[in-house]
Design a protein around this ligand. Structure first.
Ligand SMILES: Cc1cc2nc3c(=O)[nH]c(=O)nc-3n(C[C@H](O)[C@H](O)[C@H](O)COP(=O)(O)O)c2cc1C
Length: 178
């Protein structure tokens, strides 16, 4: 199995990046081929449904998503939704998501935005027949200190998410029919 984690925050001090790195380490420990892509390293144009599709980063990301058996998205919560960068990524890489198993790791300021990824999850299910891993990680600023995850509960939830993601990918042979 090859599981791709995409860190979708453009903030250099991102907390969802910490969640993403922790997830990749857990997957690697479990013997899964795991990789991390950081959107900071792949500046993307805004999707214009036209020439933006030809940007070199779009091809790199589309290929990585297509080749993965499952994708874990590390997302910041902005204005009660996942940030614009992850939505733009999905707009630009569209069909690459077909039949993919997708998990979410969220970093938010407080507890109130815990349903914020549901519009993205709905879109992935309806547009691309993705299977959303029914375990969400939702961390707030209180779960971190000094550039580290301090909450054992969050660490355990990440392990549950990565274990379930790998199990589902194995069970469906990597990809659902699309
Ligand atoms: C523009 C902006 C909007 C935000 N909106 C929310 C929000 O609606 N709900 C929330 O809980 N936190 C919100 N926050 C706090 C972020 O979710 C928090 O800083 C989180 O750590 C961001 O993820 P990151 O550190 O990976 O970038 C917002 C932060 C910014 C910069």
């Amino acid at each position: 199995m090859n599981i791709l984690t995409i860190s979708c925050s453009l903030n250099p001090n991102s907390r969802s990046r910490m969640l993403s790195r922790f997830a990749v380490d857990r997957l690697t420990e479990a013997g899964v081929v795991a990789s991390l892509i950081d959107l900071q390293d792949h500046p993307l144009p805004m999707c214009d449904a036209g020439v933006s599709y030809n940007h070199p980063s779009v091809e790199i990301l589309s290929t990585a998503i297509q080749q993965a058996h499952a994708v874990v998205l590390g997302v910041p919560i902005y204005n009660y939704y996942a940030n614009a960068a992850v939505k733009n990524l999905i707009e630009l890489t569209g069909e690459s998501w077909n039949g993919k198993i997708v998990g979410f790791l969220c970093a938010a300021g407080g507890q109130g935005s815990y349903m914020s990824v549901m519009n993205l999850a709905n879109s992935l299910m309806l547009d691309f027949r993705c299977l959303i891993v029914p375990r969400f990680v939702y961390a707030t600023k209180n779960d971190f200190a000094d550039g580290q995850i301090t909450s054992d509960k969050i660490k355990n939830r990440i392990t549950e998410l990565t274990t379930t993601t790998a199990m589902l990918a194995e069970a469906v042979g990597g990809r659902l029919p699309s």
